[in-house]
Design a protein around this ligand. Structure first.
Ligand code: SF4
Length: 347
């Protein structure tokens, strides 16, 4: 069962795109000048840069070069919590900055731009979601990491795509019924794998939802030896074609471990930077997003992740702008379901 009250997240997304400002293209000299300036600023401000796999390779390279970290949203927040720096600059989208703040409330969390958001977060407003949960009090509430701090605070569990199957299986084994939000594709994949009794919120990632099974089958005919790597936020018909299905970190591992020399990859192309590092001799190509039903809103690259650039990283550090703030009471509430997942993972 898919549920969502009267919210048209497509309209919200389109309105957001109308205001979007992407970083400008930089010359080699400008990249070098920004890199040096940011290195100095990071030292001066006692800051460290953490970047998501989907950001521009230039941003990922800068994080690595300056002693920062590139990973998925949860590992970014965990790295930030362990690191001694008093300021974290989070290159990613807003819910990642909030997760960093929840796990490190004493630190200052800056972002290149607070305008960078996520269609899953936008499509799951807390009031509507809370009302839905209230209408099903006998269900355990499991939300994906791609949600606001307020939605996390309403949940019993927060999960990432790398641990969703295990957590839902664990709850299902205890006979629990589950509300899953917000990604319907990941939710239905988890439901299919575990057989759990789940109510799904009707949200989707605008990047992964665009991958096309027909295009993928056609491309596979052209490259019959290529392996297919798919993130489970993709539609079911695309997942069914995969040689490996998993979170970003699991897909990078699969790229290294599977014997194929070439991979067709159904996730944001920003991941190629780390995939190529993990398997330098292999070739990676984007899974198709065109053809029948194509909307070309993303073309395998998240428009919000693309808002992170060297210019706004430097500006955020220099001016202390775009600071993430989360109400302390909300931090306390949102921390519980996050901590539950971390404890489960550790156990
Ligand atoms: S790639 Fe999809 S899930 Fe990730 S931030 Fe962009 S819209 Fe959200």
């Amino acid at each position: 069962m898919l549920t969502k009250p009267e919210i048209d997240d497509r309209i919200i997304v389109q309105e957001h795109f109308a205001q979007e400002h992407l970083p400008s293209a930089l010359s080699e000299e400008e990249v070098e000048a920004y890199t040096q300036r940011i290195q100095t600023l990071l030292k001066e401000k006692d800051a460290v840069l953490v970047a998501h796999y989907y950001t521009d390779p230039m941003v990922q390279a800068l994080a690595e070069k300056t002693g920062g970290f590139v990973s998925d949203s949860l590992e970014m927040a965990r790295f930030g919590a362990r690191h001694p720096a008093s300021t974290l600059i989070v290159a990613g989208v807003r819910f990642m900055g909030e997760t960093a703040k929840i796990l490190s409330p004493e630190k200052r969390i800056l972002m290149p731009t607070l305008e960078a958001t996520c269609s899953l977060d936008l499509g799951c407003p807390v009031q509507e979601f809370s009302a839905f949960c209230d209408a099903h009090p006998d269900h355990e509430v499991v939300v994906y990491a791609n949600t606001s701090a307020a939605v996390k605070a309403r949940a019993d569990w927060v999960v990432t795509s790398s641990i969703a199957l295990q957590v839902v299986e664990h709850l299902s084994d205890q006979g629990k019924k589950i509300i899953w939000a917000p990604d319907k594709h990941l939710g239905s994949y988890v439901q299919k794998q575990t057989g759990a009794d789940m109510l799904l919120w009707d949200g989707a990632c605008i990047v992964h939802e665009e991958f096309k099974a027909k295009g993928l089958r056609d491309l596979k005919q052209v490259y019959p030896d290529a392996g297919i790597l798919v993130h489970p936020e993709s539609p079911e018909a695309v997942i069914e074609l995969a040689d490996a299905v998993g979170s970003t970190s699991q897909l990078i591992r699969a790229a290294k471990e599977l014997p194929n020399e070439m991979f067709i990859v159904a996730t944001d192309r920003g991941i190629f930077y780390k995939m190529q590092q993990a398997a330098p001799e292999k070739t990676f190509i984007e899974a198709p997003t065109g053809g029948s039903g194509a909307t070309c809103r993303s073309c395998a690259h998240c428009p919000w992740m693309a808002m992170n650039g060297l210019e706004n990283i430097a500006a955020a550090l220099e001016q202390g702008r775009d600071e993430v703030t989360v109400d302390p009471e909300l931090i306390e509430k949102a921390r519980l379901p996050l901590q539950r997942m971390l404890d489960f993972q550790a156990g």
